[in-house]
Design a protein around this ligand. Structure first.
Ligand SMILES: Nc1ncnc2c1ncn2[C@@H]1O[C@H](COP(=O)(O)OP(=O)(O)OP(=O)(O)O)[C@@H](O)[C@H]1O
Length: 592
């Protein structure tokens, strides 16, 4: 970092620590004060030595020395507490900023960056702000003042000796600074490598079942190990550089002592200095060593903290998803309309093209199409997880870009296919989208989602844990639980991405009944993966390669649309004479 970039970083550092400057300043003042007291110690000790060697009473300097020690201890304790508190608050505030950004940034962020790397910023880099930045800054200020103070006092005692001491120390200091600059560069790279290691680890842990079932433990261990080795390699470069700093400083200190003793001997012999002043001077030299080392290591420490600050800031500065501010209008018919919608994940490569269709206010619409046709993308667009490239999506006649996101996502419920439940109890899952739901509303949603029998059969009922990502409950239960959660919202439009995995007949009937119950209250749109769902629909949208190919009911599409016929036979598990009663029972068929 040089020039304007470095200026920007230091300006940002100054604004970052501004809110904590109260505690930090007091800690610095205490640190300086306690350093000042430490600087007074050689004077007092010198006077003690002088009194003893002259045979005079030494009570006053002895008591003064004891008072200095005690005060130093107390001030040191308060300083550590204040610094710790300022650092912990900085970590807390930074984590809040990062969490806010992680939850509110557009989905693109989560696709662009590995989760482990994002965790590493939220957990490890924020912590470095405290350990490296706050501590480093305090050490820097206090050490600098202590060095300056020592040098001033040493100059007062003997300027000639001071010039020779500083000459030697300056050379050692310059060499140490050169090494410290390289430590900073290595530190930045280390943070990035640690982030990459966390990303690799998260990939395996996030798919631990797949790893085990694919017998990929050894391969993943080697792969992740490689990332760890990379981080180790760069970390070791840092260790080697840091280990260079200590000998350089030590050499400088030894040379300074040699210079002081040599020049001092001449001055003692020549009568330019007495033993009391010489012992005071030596003690100041000793006191100078610790702050000098602390000053140079603080410089390296701060560079690491700056590397962390840059990563934290970059994440916290991710723009939030932007919603509109229009007032929500009452529901109309059609509930949801796509008007010539085109969208692509990559520029110039549209995933949906010129889509135009209406979803009526009530009833059930199924969306079918080959894998990759763009069905889930249509749902994601309706929730504004992505924004259209051209065209409009209207909810009750209002462009969804004009609506506040909370209002939009409250009116359009989305039951996703893969991970519709979160770790916690059934109750926590039910009220996840509507934490203030009443017991009556919960009971109603449970009934509509056909979950009553299942929940009643559980020992802990609503307080049963569903396991991480719902692993402790079946696929059908997960799906209906997610439907119940969305029904609690009382959405105007319910989007349902049906599970692709096979459900047994009973679960299939239950799901069909849930959809049927929901579609009497609102518009239900389901990406259908099974025949029972498709034939239950009032209207079917056939999507192919991002385009709407046909719209109709089962019979008419079966008679006229070649793609639909193919889908029925190949993907939906149906036949031309498919009998809904035989497959799912009369409850569902009775609704059609
Ligand atoms: N986040 C994304 N980034 C880039 N491309 C994506 C993303 N999500 C989906 N796609 C691509 O967009 C296309 C449509 O995907 P989409 O998930 O909408 O299809 P689908 O019809 O729902 O498929 P399926 O039935 O297999 O779930 C696919 O080619 C897919 O690879």
């Amino acid at each position: 970092m040089t020039g304007p970039a470095a200026t920007g970083v230091y300006r940002r550092l100054s604004s970052l620590i501004k809110p904590y400057r109260g505690g930090l300043s007091v800690a610095v003042v205490l640190g300086v004060f306690s350093s000042g007291l430490a600087l007074a110690q050689p004077m007092v000790i010198g006077s003690l030595v002088g009194k003893i060697t002259a045979g005079a009473p030494a009570t006053v300097p002895a008591l003064s020395l004891a008072a200095l020690f005690v005060t130093d201890l107390v001030l040191g304790g308060v300083e550590v507490y204040l610094l710790g508190r300022a650092g912990a608050t900085l970590v807390l505030d930074s984590r809040r900023r990062v969490v806010r950004s992680l939850l509110r940034a557009p989905l693109g962020l989560h696709l662009r960056r590995q989760r482990g790397d994002l965790f590493s910023v939220a957990v490890a880099d924020t912590d470095l702000l405290k350990t490296s930045l706050m501590q480093g800054l305090l050490n820097l200020v206090v050490s600098t003042l202590m060095v300056v103070g020592s040098v001033v006092l040493m100059t007062i005692i003997d300027p000639v000796l001071t010039v020779s001491t500083l000459g030697v120390l300056l050379l050692a200091g310059l060499a140490t600074m050169a090494v410290a600059r390289r430590v900073r560069a290595v530190g930045v790279e280390t943070r990035e490598r640690v982030g990459a290691f966390a990303g690799a680890l998260q990939r395996a842990i996030g798919a631990i079942r797949t790893v085990k079932l694919s017998r990929a433990e050894d391969r993943e261990e080697t792969r992740i190990g490689q990332f760890a080795t990379d981080a180790y390699g760069i970390g070791m470069r840092g260790v080697r550089l840091e280990s260079l700093m200590a000998p350089i400083m030590n050499l400088g200190i030894q040379a300074a002592f040699a210079a002081v003793f040599t020049v001092g001997a001449f001055r003692l012999v020549g009568g330019a200095m007495d033993t009391a002043h010489f012992s005071s001077y030596l003690l100041y030299l000793l006191y100078l060593i610790a702050p000098l080392i602390s000053l140079f290591s603080a410089l390296a420490q701060i560079q690491l903290g700056l590397a962390a600050m840059i990563r934290v800031d970059a994440l916290a500065a991710e723009p939030e998803e932007a919603g509109g501010a229009a007032d929500v209008v009452p529901m109309t018919d059609p509930a949801l309309s796509f008007d010539h919608v085109t969208f692509g994940y990559q520029p110039g490569s549209p995933t949906v093209r010129g889509l135009t269709f209406d979803i009526p206010r009530r009833g059930f619409v199924a969306v079918v199409g080959p894998s990759g046709a763009g069905k889930s993308t249509i749902f994601a667009l309706a929730e504004r997880l992505w924004d259209v490239d051209s065209g409009r999506i209207l909810l009750a006649g209002q462009d969804i870009r004009d609506l506040p996101l909370r209002a939009l996502r409250g009116r359009v419920g989305y039951v996703e296919q893969d991970a519709p439940v979160v770790d916690g109890t059934i109750r926590e899952n039910l009220v996840f989208a509507k934490p203030d739901a009443t017991e009556e509303q919960i009971a109603d949603a449970i009934d509509k989602a056909n979950l009553r029998c299942w929940i009643d059969s559980l020992d802990n009922g609503l307080d049963t844990e569903v396991g991480e990502a719902g692993t402790a409950i079946s696929g059908g239960e997960r799906q209906r639980l997610a439907i119940a959660r969305m029904l609690l919202l009382r959405p105007d439009v319910l989007l349902l991405d049906e599970a692709t995995s096979q459900l047994d007949t009973e679960a299939e009937i239950a799901l069909g009944n849930s959809i049927a119950a929901a579609s009497t209250d609102c518009a239900v749109v389901a990406i259908a993966h099974r025949m029972a769902t498709v034939v239950a629909a009032d209207r079917i949208l056939v999507v192919d390669d991002g385009r709407l190919q046909a719209v109709g009911d089962h019979e008419s599409l079966l008679a006229t649309n070649e793609l639909y016929q193919r889908l029925v036979h190949t993907q939906l598990g149906g036949t031309d004479d498919w009998d809904p009663d035989a497959a799912t029972g009369t409850e569902l068929a009775g609704r059609i």
